[in-house]
Design a protein around this ligand. Structure first.
Ligand code: HEM
Length: 155
């Protein structure tokens, strides 16, 4: 009962993860290139983006323990000739997403310890760009060659 609800939430949260990340990236690059001061709004956007990603990570961990696809993979180790989805969700999706959120968390905490506004913007921009690329690769887009899932899922 909880699984389908959290799967739909995980699907929808992906859009919040991407949206908040893009907004935080927009303010970081604009701050960096325009050499403006670091405002409390920049910090707030960075913290909101990181918190949404952490929430998605927690939902992902729950799904990982309950997913029939993941448990089938660990029980029977199916090869990719059967379906690449088993390996995708059990290893690739999980591994890349955890790495992405770790990179984001390190970037966010490094950013706040930088001595100048420019360095804070630059650190956020670089770490969050790497995070975005990893997330974009690991999402099961409807056009992904690895595993496909719908753009949205109803509760
Ligand atoms: C920023 C991080 C993440 C994003 C954007 C993301 C995105 C997604 C999306 C869009 C789906 C498809 C949902 C659907 O079927 O409608 C999905 C499925 C899934 N994700 Fe994530 N995910 C993230 C992190 C994680 C993490 C860290 C884990 C595991 C530790 C995880 C485990 C899973 C599992 C198990 C499924 C479902 C497999 C099934 O169909 O049973 N996700 N994820």
């Amino acid at each position: 009962m909880v699984y389908p609800i959290l799967l739909a939430a995980h699907n929808a949260l992906r859009w919040l993860v991407l949206g908040s990340l893009l907004i935080a990236l927009g303010t970081s690059y604009s701050g960096w290139f325009l050499a403006r001061p670091y405002r409390s709004l920049d910090q707030l956007l960075r913290i909101i983006a990181t918190s949404i990603a952490h929430t998605q990570l927690l939902v992902g961990f729950y799904l990982y323990t309950q997913s029939p696809i993941v448990s089938y993979y660990w029980k029977f180790s199916p090869d990719t000739s059967q379906s690449s989805e088993f390996r995708f969700f059990s290893l690739i999706h999980m591994g890349l997403m955890v790495t992405a959120v770790v990179v984001m968390t390190i970037g966010s905490s490094k950013a706040k310890r930088q001595p100048t506004a420019q360095q804070t913007f630059r650190t956020t921009a670089i770490y969050f760009t790497i995070t975005l690329l990893l997330i974009l690769i690991a999402i099961p887009w409807p056009f992904s060659p690895l595993a496909t899932r719908p753009w949205i899922r109803s509760f």
